[in-house]
Design a protein around this ligand. Sequence first.
Ligand code: NAG
Ligand code: NAG
Ligand code: NAG
Ligand code: NAG
Ligand code: NAG
Ligand code: NAG
Ligand code: NAG
Ligand code: NAG
Ligand code: NAG
Ligand code: NAG
Length: 392
Amino acid sequence: IFLFYLYLLFKKNLAVSCVSVELNPGLTPPSVLPPGVGLVHVRGLGLNDTLHFLLCNHGAPALLMVHTYSTQSAVQVDWPSFINRSSSGSLRVEPQTSVRYSSALVFTRVWEYDDVNNTADPQQAAESSFYPPYELQNFIWSDLNETVNQSDLTVKLCGGEKTESFLNGSLCLQFSAFESEGRDKAWPSLHHNANSSQLHVWLEGVTPRGNRSRFALEFQSVGDSGFQGRVDVHSSIDDEYTPSIFKVSQWVSFPENSSGVWGYNQWKPVAYRKAEPVFEDTTPCKHSQLVSMKRIPQSGLVQAYFTEDPQTYGLNISFGIDKDPVLYSDTKYISWTVLVGMGEPPADSFSTLIIIIIAVGLGTPLVIIIVGGGFVWIRKRRSHSSGYEPII
Ligand SMILES: *[C@@H]1O[C@H](CO)[C@@H](O)[C@H](O)[C@H]1NC(C)=O
Ligand SMILES: *[C@@H]1O[C@H](CO)[C@@H](O)[C@H](O)[C@H]1NC(C)=O
Ligand SMILES: *[C@@H]1O[C@H](CO)[C@@H](O)[C@H](O)[C@H]1NC(C)=O
Ligand SMILES: *[C@@H]1O[C@H](CO)[C@@H](O)[C@H](O)[C@H]1NC(C)=O
Ligand SMILES: *[C@@H]1O[C@H](CO)[C@@H](O)[C@H](O)[C@H]1NC(C)=O
Ligand SMILES: *[C@@H]1O[C@H](CO)[C@@H](O)[C@H](O)[C@H]1NC(C)=O
Ligand SMILES: *[C@@H]1O[C@H](CO)[C@@H](O)[C@H](O)[C@H]1NC(C)=O
Ligand SMILES: *[C@@H]1O[C@H](CO)[C@@H](O)[C@H](O)[C@H]1NC(C)=O
Ligand SMILES: *[C@@H]1O[C@H](CO)[C@@H](O)[C@H](O)[C@H]1NC(C)=O
Ligand SMILES: *[C@@H]1O[C@H](CO)[C@@H](O)[C@H](O)[C@H]1NC(C)=O
């Protein structure tokens, strides 16, 4: 166990990459972005490759991930047409031949419905119980510039509409990049590594429009043509990092002719009803079927980057469970977290503590059985040799 622990420590330290954060790369006057809008570029340098993450709230907020087989690859933005959203191709990663894989996650809408039957399932709700969705592409955002934390590798983005519902409320996204493997202290404590980044999304203080309002978050994934998507749900027997949650969902992307996974969005089917939740503030969430979208979403970043016939899929994450006694209006808060990365999604493994507990828990009875069995066997042999003398 001690050696195993040393191995884990060593393994952790190996996967460190060099990460840098840059705001609006190459933007110079007279070009100016609309108020509150920004483009954050996070660059993770590997030994032979570079992983770029780009976060932008020009239109619907989007996170673009580009993996290149080059340590020299750089982001190039033609700012006048990027700001104008007039042409695709205004944001590129150069040299374009080094680009191995790219995909984007876009948050498009927040759906609200009056859950009169208390099913917490928007697919069972009558069409008339839906309110007009909040279109994230029309949101007004707080200044992104002030929330970029270079040492923490985080960016916070909060926005809303100019409506009564959002007077005291906002929708926020917290982006985090990572230099090495680990977990956030805050639940759901997803297992991240240097090949991934995380988005924590929360809706806070928004006045519900119905008496029994529940919400769902719609997001879309845009990727290179030739790739397919599917959502897998894996079960685990361990809920050590995310109490009471034994499942992990991952929306993976794989090439049409192969089964190897190239990129993923991974989440646990759980949401929290308070900013600093205790166990009682946990609520399940569920995802709808993947649907193929005809158009790419209204995100300036996605429109600027993808030029050749990209593929777009969407799904909804809805919060709450059938007969859930707690409504959104009780806490006016709901949060959910997703990990975005390339390669195989990280898997939860047993911690050293759990391994010791299992070893002791299984080992002790085993030792008792072996020792006890041996004792009984010896006694039997003894009684054998004394009790049954062969009769000639
Ligand atoms: C980096 O690339 C070089 C040449 O392509 C190769 O020899 C080397 O094994 C690669 N290193 C890693 C860590 O992949
Ligand atoms: C932006 O687009 C408008 C029309 O779509 C055009 O008239 C204008 O010249 C463009 N501006 C720049 C800087 O490209
Ligand atoms: C409530 O459930 C009934 C029966 O399943 C259904 O007919 C009705 O449309 C539901 N109402 C709403 C508002 O979803
Ligand atoms: C962003 O903030 C930094 C300081 O935090 C400031 O120097 C810079 O001018 C700001 N940039 C813009 C575009 O507002
Ligand atoms: C960045 O985050 C660290 C750790 O949370 C904090 O100590 C620091 O003040 C933050 N810096 C800025 C500029 O917000
Ligand atoms: C917004 O907050 C203020 C003060 O906390 C409160 O007086 C007001 O009623 C709230 N408005 C809404 C629409 O919730
Ligand atoms: C990250 O991706 C690189 C390149 O595909 C791979 O060599 C490395 O093992 C990955 N690291 C982790 C922690 O998965
Ligand atoms: C909400 O409940 C109040 C009182 O119970 C009722 O007067 C009102 O019509 C209800 N609103 C909606 C949208 O159902
Ligand atoms: C997949 O295989 C088919 C036929 O085997 C081929 O026509 C197609 O181009 C391949 N697609 C990719 C992305 O390689
Ligand atoms: C999300 O749910 C709403 C309401 O049921 C539906 O209209 C929309 O098509 C769904 N979006 C996706 C991507 O499934």
